[in-house]
Design a protein. Structure first.
Length: 366
């Protein structure tokens, strides 16, 4: 085991003994100090392990609850389930198998709560560090997330039904990274939409309508973007897509267009903070304006951001681009329904769907 695994194993074993309120504070602070002695890459590994463990514990707790419906066989079935799961979905946590598979439902829940508290302490520690350390932490965290999601995707493609269940529980697992990026979704509080407007602004929705890190990293992996391409986000919100692309692929020229100015301001502040401004750019733009033309790019990203009229205006431009060069359009949510129609009409390649169509990729032909 590496140092993170050793610390996390000790954390899990000692955690239940220290769960009482009067013991929990000193216990967590002690482990924060131990993790804080690590370098930024090691802290990133601890962050990913702790947050992944928290979701895994919730996953195991749910399965244990389901199996209780048949008390006569629940213990045997749960043991069989955990043996299979730690050999596949939870392979990265197999050094904790003996401890975790013997926990009851209450112990699993309490350990998950401790993981949440330790995650907050780790993020607070990172925030208190200098910018270089934050940059290193973010870069390594995203690389490790990609490994987690790629592993789950591979299992899902092999027909592993548990992978689908765990993928759902991992969907928002790593959202704490937004704290380091400085993405303040509270800026939407009190925001009102112009009822005559043509954009779907999701006012007040905050985190709920941001593409998850699992979606973004899967999209970036499956797009297979060539060196030096342009990537445009049509409805970029608080900029999470651009920040991820900017950190992992500094060779890509990223442009994000967003209707709401304060979201663009926050996106650009985070971009500057992490030194990405040479290749990541956000602009306030109403994409329904007839005089505005969307630039040519190799990749376009859309999270169902428009009304019907704006969709028609935007997509007609993307079709024009596709007739000049090959493009990839990445859709999140119901935006895929618009692209399916275009793909069939224009003779594009069949769309690729991930996460039951929640994420889709459409490629034009040469």
């Amino acid at each position: 085991m590496n140092i993170n695994q050793t610390l996390l194993r000790e954390f899990v074993i000692k955690g239940l003994v220290s769960y009482k309120k009067e013991l929990r504070g000193p216990f967590l602070q002690d482990f924060r100090q131990q993790f804080a002695s690590l370098n930024p890459e090691e802290v990133a590994e601890a962050f990913i392990d702790v947050t992944f463990l928290g979701s895994a514990l919730t996953f195991l707790q749910g399965e244990q609850w389901n199996l209780k419906k048949d008390p006569a066989t629940s213990s045997e079935n749960y043991h069989r389930f955990t043996e299979q799961t730690f050999a596949s979905n939870l392979l990265s946590l197999n050094y904790l198998q003996d401890t975790l598979q013997n926990m009851n439902e209450k112990e699993l829940r309490r350990t998950a709560e401790l993981c949440e508290e330790l995650e907050r302490l780790l993020l607070s520690h990172v925030q208190s560090g200098n910018q270089e350390h934050q940059n290193r932490f973010v870069a390594r965290s995203l690389q490790l997330m990609e490994n987690v999601f790629a592993h789950e995707n591979a299992l899902s493609l092999q027909g592993n039904t548990q992978a689908r269940s765990l993928a759902l529980s991992l969907y928002r697992t790593f959202d704490g990274l937004d704290q380091i990026f400085g993405l303040n979704y509270n800026a939407d509080v009190g925001m009102k939409t112009d009822v005559n407007g043509t954009e779907r602004l999701y006012e007040g929705a905050g985190l709920g309508v941001q593409s998850s890190y699992s979606t973004l990293l899967t999209a970036l992996r499956e797009v297979r973007a060539s060196q030096g391409i342009r990537f445009i986000d049509l409805g970029s919100g608080y900029g999470r897509v651009g920040l991820v692309v900017g950190v992992l692929r500094p060779d890509i020229d990223f442009i994000g267009y967003e209707y709401v100015k304060h979201r663009v301001d926050i996106s650009n502040e985070s971009t500057a903070k992490f030194g990405l401004q040479d290749h990541v750019h956000f602009f306030t733009q109403d994409l329904s304006e007839k005089d505005f033309r969307i630039p040519d790019a190799e990749v376009y990203y859309m999270f169902d951001p428009f009304s019907k009229d704006t969709y028609q205006h935007v997509l007609s431009q993307l079709v024009e681009v596709s007739r000049r060069q090959r493009i990839v359009v990445v859709t999140k949510g119901n935006a895929r329904l618009w692209l399916k129609e275009i793909a069939e009409r224009e003779g594009w390649l069949p769309g690729q769907e991930f996460d039951c169509g929640n994420l889709s990729l459409f490629r034009s032909r040469e």
